[in-house]
Design a protein around this ligand. Sequence first.
Ligand code: SF4
Ligand code: FE
Length: 480
Amino acid sequence: MKILTKEDYIESLREQKHLIYYDGARVEDVTTHPAFIPHINSAAKTYEMALRPEFEDIATAISSFTGERINRFTHIHQSVEDLIKKVQLLRAIGHETASCFQRCVGWDAMNATYMTTFDMDRRFGGNYHARLVDYVKMIQSTNRMVVGGMTDPKGDRSKSPSQQADPDLFVHVVERRADGIVIRGAKAHQTGAANSHEVLLMPTQAMREEDRDYAVACATPLTAPGVVQIFGRQTNDQRKFGGRLDAGNPDFGLVGGETLLIFEDVFVPWERVFMCGETEFAGLLVERFATLHRQNYGGCKGGVADVIIGACALACDYQGTSKASHVKEKLAEMMHLTETLYSGSIACSAMGSKTASGAYYPDPLLANCTKHNVTHHIYEISRLAHDVAGGILATMPFESDLRSPEVGRLVEKYLAGVEGVSTENRIRILRLIENLTGGTALVESMHGAGSPQTQKVMYARLGKLDMKKKMAGKIAGIEE
Ligand code: SF4
Ligand code: FE
């Protein structure tokens, strides 16, 4: 059945009994569990907005396979325009969720695997690409949510996959059968996996010949026997269990919601295997996925940053500080940083190009710069938010104090701001700022889509240092 509406999506999650643990206990139904509801609501926006006429152009696309209108999160990019619309879409959803809506990971995995299976088949003459096309068609026609599984736990980072004391610290093939393969291992930090239907697994790094069994890409439903998920803790996650006020972004936060996604001898039929031993292509697949995901960050984080700026401006209105020149200056600085992030995402999309497969690919150097900027600018935006919001951000009492028959009137009285604004609304907006600028949200900006060091590695590869040396030498008049 095709998932169309937000309600269809939630119902589909209720029906699928995937094995997932939260705080040491099995979760029977993620759709009614307070720890999962905000993440589900956030991902559900990718379904809901696709049905709203004002977003049709950016939230849907025409399938390159069937000519039918599909959810853009299942589309293979056919043009530079598609790449730009992707970024516009992410910023627009960021405005409605102020959170991570998770569905980009699987989308990027499908596009990266599409391009790479094409190249693999050209080299080795296999049929991986046709299988991937079948898979993408299935996803387009059902509108299922896919999580892209890349990051392995990696154990001892100084050792390769096959050198690890425990061979399962990277996902690997443990058995090749006539009808498929059996995989074992885990993928860490899996954004959105708790509320996805499928996982598209990719290798986590370039592989050497001895790591052949680790060069594996494949897809499986999250309900497959042997798939186990353990949900991660987030900063202030207990707030999800209390009142709405303390949660800050009760309907959509905190960030993505990550699981440790484990494969305990999971069988995958050959139709869903897209790489199995082709070590030569593992690095390329990783690089393409990384570029496609790093392209996004000025879009989705730009959208969240817009909400941070709006929340700060409101908080200043409520506190009577919005006319102060230093506040105006700081809000302007936050806007500058936000638009800088967005510009990067647009630029790498505008400079995108067609791959041999026909799918379009953002400029990798610019995409890496964009994500790298996020690791700085979101911290700076958050620092400025803390500055203008004031120390109250860290000292507000509980919602229950505000509602208390004994001390509620004291909270009302002493946390009041300007006349005519309720204390409750002042707390509400400050809690939102707290939610968007602390803990897990910041760490996600640092390490999501790859840690800053992985971007620096790309500068060394793509930054054309030799060419730059030549330029400098020529201008300096050096002959040799
Ligand atoms: Fe999408 Fe941004 Fe979340 Fe990554 S961090 S899944 S790009 S919303
Ligand atoms: Fe992320």
